[in-house]
Design a protein. Structure first.
Length: 508
């Protein structure tokens, strides 16, 4: 195969951190190279060097055999390297056409945009990928999955030689992932090369030809996908073998101590009822649109419900806002840690004490700084949060450490019930193992956990019982000995309900 990209001894440092250390690798034309590693391994920094965001301190990049130097992403794009970042760069108020051809619109003699030609070109381009969307439609009217697809198509529209995709499926449904993979393979056959960054190791085996592992800024090794297993990759990524990722299920404490009855929010979810036992990890499964997160938000008091009752330790409690839930010892860890779960521009210390400030406040209303510092230091150690100091901004932590920080901040209220929405989304396998260990410890101590997850192996590996939802209703409940992906998906797709045999279509 013909080599399209090569790096030799690339290194990049930031204050106090050697992010990329002497990395050399190559990419062949028409190859899909998966790039994996724990958060902080250097994957993003390396990809940002390749796409012109950063200049390397040392080393050289070769594109089609020629040395290249990029001073900006525009330089890299013009040379033939484009990157799709995790954070979307689309402008919601602009149309699909304006976003795809931003700064590349066809213009007339007076430098005015030729709108007819722009819309025609956009329609033709979308047609290449079997997308029936109006080029004039504002991007903010699209779903998150459609916006993610559009972001990728925007990069493809520049016709790059190399396309770098950073966690491209994080907001996609299974159908959208299948669509993306189909088009990646189509472009691969046309000679486009891909660097595919992902935490989902299952995707490596679905889409990649070869996999490259980074750890602590170094290139640990590259192997053909056909020659490795998932366990091989995990061992290379973390430097040790993780024998049992999910840990071992403990004994459930016995009595049901938390229950919701008849939770209804018109048009969103209807008649949701279930209980939780001490020390139990209860899973909430369902496809996109099942409304699992909406139920959790209503339990916690973020969103209002039309009806429904809550009991905790034998007493009915009333929750109309999050502060009520916190007072009763109920914690909710959102799936959107950056947008809703953490104060990104505040320090690790300030985040860790945010939900439990009353524990650090004197009768006169003054904060006890020494007590806060001590508490923050203890939580950083207890939850293995990697940060040089508790005063570092949460914004600058890796995804896995942000997630552990969010867990630590809520554990500070000493919760009786934990609602955890997508506990390991966007974190690496090492951080996943650490998060699972933490959850197991809380369950072993008698805390009940309600885990919402789109990752079926995670639910099956962690949960004692799984409740499945479809379009705002509970369709099934499975005990551990009944778990299987097939059964969960049948309930999640609304093909069966708890009162019907699997395989029988039920009128909804």
């Amino acid at each position: 195969m013909e080599e399209v990209l090569r790096t030799e001894s690339i290194s990049k440092s930031f204050p106090g951190v050697l992010a990329v250390n002497d990395v050399s690798f190559s990419l062949q034309r028409g190859e899909i190279l998966a790039l994996v590693g724990e958060n902080g391994a250097g994957k993003s920094t390396l990809s940002q060097i390749l796409s012109g965001v950063h200049r390397p301190d040392r080393g050289q990049i070769f594109l089609e055999g020629r040395p290249v130097v990029f001073n900006s992403p525009i330089d890299a794009m013009h040379a033939g390297i484009s990157m799709v970042f995790q954070e979307l760069s689309l402008v919601g108020s602009l149309s699909i056409a304006e976003n795809i051809f931003a700064n590349r619109q066809p213009v007339g003699r007076l430098n005015t945009i030729k709108w007819g030609e722009l819309h025609r070109k956009t329609a033709e381009f979308l047609g290449r990928f079997n997308l029936d969307l109006d080029p004039r439609r504002p991007v903010k009217q699209l779903s998150m999955g459609q916006q993610q697809i559009l972001e990728i198509l925007k990069a493809i529209s520049t016709n790059p030689k190399v396309l770098i995709l950073d966690e491209p499926t994080s907001s996609l449904t299974d159908a959208e992932i299948a669509y993306l993979f189909e088009n990646i393979r189509k472009l691969q056959k046309q000679g486009m090369s891909f660097i595919y960054i992902t935490h989902k190791l299952s995707e490596v085996f679905q889409i990649a030809d070869r996999v490259m592992v980074m750890r602590d800024g170094r290139h640990i090794g590259s192997r053909p996908v056909a020659e490795v297993t998932e366990n091989d990759l995990v061992a290379m990524m973390v430097g040790r073998e993780i024998v049992n990722l999910y840990g071992s299920a403990g004994e459930i404490g016995g009595e049901e101590y938390f229950r919701i009855e008849g939770f209804t929010r018109k048009g969103i979810f209807e008649n949701i009822s279930f209980g939780l036992h001490r020390g139990e990890i209860l899973g909430l499964a369902g496809l996109v649109g099942a409304r699992r997160s909406d139920v959790a938000r209503a339990i916690f008091g973020i969103d209002a419900k039309d009806s429904g009752r809550v009991w905790l330790e034998g007493k009915e409690i009333h929750i109309t806002r999050p502060s009520d839930a916190i007072q009763h010892g109920i914690a909710y860890l959102t799936e959107d840690r950056k947008g809703q779960g953490l104060f990104l521009n505040m320090s690790v210390r300030d985040n860790l004490v945010a939900p439990s400030l009353k524990h650090f406040t004197s009768s006169g209303g003054f904060l006890n700084g020494r007590k806060i510092e001590q508490f923050a230091a203890e939580k950083v150690k207890e939850f293995s949060i990697v940060t040089p100091t508790v005063t570092k901004k949460v914004l600058n932590l890796s995804g896995g450490n942000q997630q552990k920080c969010m867990i630590a901040m809520w554990m500070g209220i000493e919760p009786k019930v934990i609602l955890f929405d997508e506990p390991t989304r966007g974190v690496d396998v090492g951080a996943r193992a650490e998060i699972y260990r933490i959850l197991r410890e809380f369950a072993a101590a008698g805390t009940g956990i309600i885990m919402i997850s789109s990752d079926l192996p995670e639910l099956i590996g962690m949960c004692d019982r799984i409740i499945v939802m479809y379009q705002g209703r509970i369709t099934g409940e499975l005990q551990r000995h009944e778990f299987s992906e097939e059964k969960i998906l049948a309930y999640a797709a609304g093909l069966v309900t708890a009162n019907h045999k699997p395989g029988v279509l039920v009128d909804q």
